[in-house]
Every structure is written in structure tokens, then in C-alpha cells.
Design a protein. Structure first.
Length: 253
């Protein structure tokens, strides 16, 4: 369940998107029929505002003492790539009008130096979730890189909060947006996942952007241009989800 306040915000957002979708759909169709390509380009200032009012927590996984996985060829830690991609996600979401908060903007873990090593991870994760609560997040996007001992494995994969239908739908939209934007050789499907960062009662997904254990994909994930495409794809996934919710609320049952 989504708390009442959040649900109202989402419903307003979803209604607005439904109206916008019909409105822009009509204009784009008219523009295409009239073969006036500029008509589409002039829509950008409006499209950029599709996430206005959304408060989104973006979580670059790991940080500080916790490096996460390690890229096989370059030796670069996952935490560094997560942050680089998360900054691109922030940029793309903010360009569409969303209010974005990152759990970290530098190479740190969110735990105290003095915390016993056995409980550092727990404290770090609890503080990330608490930050989401504090800002009244409407959505949580956690950014990670995958690894596997079989180096042939590749492709982005999205995980969602198990008991949350909204999260499942968001994950489906996100997975489709990533596949559409990045055309990975291996097309994976979104899966339910039991992750601490997905425990807030709002649409929440953890995005494994690709495998840093795969040579070809590691090269891509380290490339700033590819990181920017990832950021755009994630923002598109969020927009597609809200459009889907708008359609669902327009035709209940
Ligand atoms: Zn990770």
C-alpha cells in the first residue's frame, strides 16, 4: 500500500500525464500527418516537465569501505561506476522536472567510523532508507552493477519489491526502456528481489545496469556516453511507468 498522501500525489500526476498523453498524442499525430518534423521538436519544453512534482530517491549502491563488485579487466570498483551512472540518472530525471535526492554524492558509506564492522552495512542501509522517508520519496531507484563467475553473462536486469504491484510494473517499464535504449545482446526479464533498499512503501526498483564481469559490457559501463544513455533510459522507464499508471487509472478493472 502507498500512504494516502503519496497516493494522492501519484493520482494527480497520473491524471495529468493521461491528459498530456492524449494532448501530445494528437499534436504528434497531426504533426506527422502534415509532415512537419519541427512540430515534434517544439514539444520538448512540455515533455521535459512530465516528472514535475515527483520526489525520487536515487541510490548509488555501496561506497566507502564497501566497494561492491570489482570490474574484472579494469579493476575499478562497482561503487565508482554506480555513482557515475546515478549522477546521469539524476541529470535525466531533473531535466524532466523531478526533484531528485542521491543517498551519496561521493565515495562514502552512510555509517559511522566507530560502528563495529559487523553492523556497518546494516547502519549504512538503514540510513539510505531513512533518507527516502525523510524526503517523502515517491519512488526509489537503486543503481548497481552485476557480476558473475561465468564471464559470458551480460545485460541489464531490474529487481522489484516483492509484494508491491506498483514496483513490479515500474520494473517492467524500466526493463523494457533499458532494452529499447541500449539494445543489449541478452534481453533479461525483471525479477522480484528481497533487498533492504526496496522496503519503502512506494514504487521501488534496484537496477543492475549490466555485468562488470563481462569484458564487452564492462567497457560500455565505463564509457561516459553509455552512462548518459543509461541515465536517459532510466528516466524514460519512470515516465513510461507513470503513463501506464495513467492508463490503468483511466480504465479501472
Ligand atoms: Zn551492488
Amino acid at each position: 500500500m502507498i500512504p494516502r498522501g503519496t497516493r494522492h500525489l501519484l493520482e494527480r500526476r497520473v491524471r495529468l500525464l493521461a491528459v498530456l498523453a492524449v494532448f501530445f498524442g494528437a499534436i504528434v499525430t497531426a504533426g506527422l500527418c502534415l509532415r512537419v518534423p519541427d512540430t515534434v521538436a517544439t514539444l520538448d519544453p512540455f515533455v521535459e516537465d512530465t516528472l514535475h512534482g515527483m520526489v525520487i530517491l536515487v541510490d548509488p549502491g555501496h561506497g566507502g569501505y564497501d566497494g561492491g563488485a570489482r570490474a574484472q579487466d579494469s579493476g575499478i570498483w562497482e561503487k565508482e561506476i554506480n555513482l557515475a551512472v546515478a549522477l546521469q540518472v539524476e541529470k535525466a530525471l531533473a531535466a524532466r522536472g523531478a526533484s531528485v535526492t542521491l543517498t551519496r554524492r561521493e565515495d562514502i558509506a552512510l555509517c559511522d567510523e566507530t560502528t563495529a564492522s559487523g553492523t556497518k552495512k546494516r547502519q549504512d542501509m538503514e540510513r539510505r532508507v531513512a533518507l527516502g522517508e525523510e524526503i517523502g520519496a515517491d519512488m526509489v531507484l537503486s543503481i548497481h552493477m552485476n557480476e558473475y563467475r561465468d564471464r559470458a553473462q551480460s545485460g541489464p536486469q531490474v529487481f522489484y519489491r516483492q509484494e508491491s504491484e506498483e514496483s513490479r510494473l515500474l520494473a517492467g517499464c524500466m526493463q523494457a526502456a533499458l532494452i529499447s535504449a541500449l539494445a543489449p545482446p541478452k534481453e533479461r526479464a525483471a525479477l522480484a528481489g528481497d533487498y533492504f533498499i526496496l522496503r519503502l512503501p512506494v514504487p521501488s526498483v534496484l537496477i543492475e545496469c549490466g555485468f562488470i564481469s563481462n569484458s564487452a559490457e564492462e567497457k560500455l559501463l565505463l564509457d561516459p556516453a553509455y552512462q548518459a544513455r543509461l541515465g536517459e533510459a532510466v528516466a524514460q522507464g519512470v515516465t513510461d511507468y507513470l503513463t501506464l499508471e495513467a492508463r490503468r487509472s483511466a480504465s479501472p478493472g
